[in-house]
Design a protein around this ligand. Structure first.
Ligand SMILES: CC(C)(COP(=O)(O)OP(=O)(O)OC[C@H]1O[C@@H](n2cnc3c(N)ncnc32)[C@H](O)[C@@H]1OP(=O)(O)O)[C@@H](O)C(=O)NCCC(=O)NCCS
Length: 186
């Protein structure tokens, strides 16, 4: 377990691209390497993570990337974006929680709940009223966390890891109002 100190939650910019690319690839592999074919995982990592890919995401006005730092060190990130939801999401003003990753050394620390408050804030800035996400059906810890955070299961969708078609549960929650924020960029 890492000791968390002076934790900040700030929007990332293009200057963070290389650091985010390394962190995002590492946390994806930490979470999913054990349950995926190595070639599929490698194809997914090279298609989705790298300084160029993350620079494009960080520069995209339809994406907000929240970086959580402990004493300056990146320990978690989340990406909220404007994106058309799958048909099972029929809720008003939906925005997508596209990525949500905490360093494995900080799992169970409460940091994920604080990061979710920063996600609510980013969703409100996109005028979202609901947050939807896809989570692999074989990721029970994340599903338990999201349910604890108020998400409900509304259906499923397909997510590709390389050529492997995986079933994601689709979860939805209401965007919480500003009064419930405790996390901010500081
Ligand atoms: C998903 C994630 C952000 C959640 O953060 P976290 O700090 O681990 O979450 P918490 O510990 O607060 O909550 C997880 C809950 O799942 C429970 N849990 C742990 N392992 C579990 C399992 N195998 N099955 C079911 N529940 C499980 C925990 O006990 C905890 O519940 P509790 O607080 O009631 O005890 C973090 O685990 C993570 O970054 N995982 C890897 C990346 C990932 O999967 N991201 C989501 C992609 S959609």
């Amino acid at each position: 377990m890492i000791e968390l100190r002076n934790v900040t939650y700030c929007l990332g910019g293009v200057a963070d691209a290389a650091e985010l690319a390394e962190f995002a690839a590492r946390t994806f592999a930490d979470a999913f390497a054990a349950d995926n074919n190595p070639e599929d995982l490698e194809a997914h990592l090279s298609a989705n993570y790298g300084p160029g890919q993350q620079a494009a995401e960080l520069a995209d006005p339809s994406v907000r990337t929240i970086l959580a730092r402990s004493n300056g060190e990146l320990v978690a990130y989340a990406q909220v974006r404007r994106n058309a939801p799958p048909p099972c999401v029929t809720h008003a003003a939906p925005v997508e929680l596209h990525r949500f990753y905490v360093d494995s050394r900080a799992h169970g620390s409460g940091l994920a709940s604080e990061l979710m408050q920063a996600v609510d804030k980013a969703a409100r800035e996109f005028e979202g009223r609901h947050i939807w996400l896809g989570v692999w059906e074989r990721n029970p810890r994340a599903i338990a966390f999201y349910k604890k955070a108020g998400f409900i299961d509304v259906g499923n969708t397909i997510y590709m890891v390389g050529p492997d078609r995986q079933v994601d549960r689709v979860l939805v929650a209401s965007v919480r109002p500003p009064g419930s924020d405790t996390a901010s960029c500081r």
